[in-house]
Design a protein around this ligand. Structure first.
Ligand code: G3H
Ligand code: ZN
Length: 295
């Protein structure tokens, strides 16, 4: 099946008042696990590679992106490829050549006017090159090992009026909103501000994106989808699943040296996590609980 376009998957989900899950890819095993989990659930999915993941791969997006694109094309469900949390213009400019149909340009740390200027110029470039663009206003905390923002800290919540002006000024296709989730949580204890999400959804006429969804409990995720979120970004939960499986295997067998043994278990654990999250979003599955594999 040819690569799907992120914009199409999100637009379809939004029209059906559903959300499409977007999972972070760091290694080939992540991409394989995400595709396998989505196939098991029978739903479309987005593979997303962040600027941080590109840095891990020596700053070269091509090898991982092309491998992920190949895994996507061989999938039995529709899969799109998205470039996530991009700060660097030079990485943005490589996106279209590596199979990405979309990019999240992240200038959320900048003061409002600078965020608008940087995002407008990124969106202009991206649209000229056929890319769908997501941006962030307000700050979803916890990036790069930082502490989550206090709920009352400036920028910790997206203001609906400011968001309307921002979307108009930048021309972006989707907006990541700060409504109480935070990146890199390993416990699912986040509480979302559903009242604010309702006001944002009312004020804006474009798909809304929830970042830091690993820390958001099942019921909160479902309520967020009902409240207008159309794309749900999940990363840390896969890493927790993978690392728990690898750690348990190596602890059990300190003489193990073949990476296929532990990476295979890590991949299986991630694919189960993917299927569970996707099932939660579809409203039909068991809760996301077990992240370590049965052995
Ligand atoms: O953009 C990626 C996501 O926001 C992932 O966040 O690792 O906390 O699930 P997470
Ligand atoms: Zn994020």
């Amino acid at each position: 099946m040819p690569l799907a376009a992120t914009g199409d998957l999100v637009a379809t989900a939004a029209a059906e008042h559903r959300a499409v899950a977007a999972f972070n890819v760091i290694t080939l095993e992540h991409a394989e696990a995400i595709v396998e989990g989505a196939e098991r659930a029978g739903t479309p999915v987005i593979l997303q590679i962040s600027e941080n993941a590109v840095k891990f791969h020596h700053g070269r997006p091509g090898p991982l992106a092309r491998a992920a694109a190949e895994a996507a094309q061989q999938a039995g469900v529709r899969v799109a490829l998205h470039l996530d949390h991009v700060h660097s213009a030079s990485l943005l400019h490589q996106a279209a050549d590596c199979g990405f149909s979309s990019v999240m340009f992240d200038a959320s740390r900048l003061p409002y006017e600078e965020n608008v200027a940087a995002t407008r110029s990124a969106a202009l470039w991206a649209h000229r090159h056929g890319l769908w663009v997501e941006a962030e206003l307000g700050q979803v905390g916890g990036k790069n090992g930082e502490e989550p923002l206090d709920a009352h800290a400036p920028g910790a919540r997206t203001d609906p009026d400011e968001a309307r002006a921002y979307v108009e000024a930048t021309g972006v296709d989707a907006l990541a909103v700060a409504v109480g989730s935070s990146h890199a949580m390993t416990a699912r204890t986040a509480r979302l501000d559903h009242g604010l999400l309702g006001r944002l959804s009312e004020a804006l006429d474009l798909p809304l994106v929830l970042h830091g969804s690993s820390g958001v409990p099942d019921a909160e995720l479902r309520q967020a989808v009902t409240g207008g979120i159309s794309k749900i970004n999940i990363g840390t939960a896969l890493n927790t699943a993978m690392t728990s499986a690898v750690r348990a295997h190596l602890a059990d067998d300190p003489r193990a040296v073949d990476p296929r043994g532990y990476l295979g278990l890590g991949r299986t654990a991630m694919s189960r996590t993917v299927a569970a999250f996707v099932g939660v979003l579809e409203g039909a599955a068991a809760p996301v609980v077990a992240q370590a594999p049965a052995r």
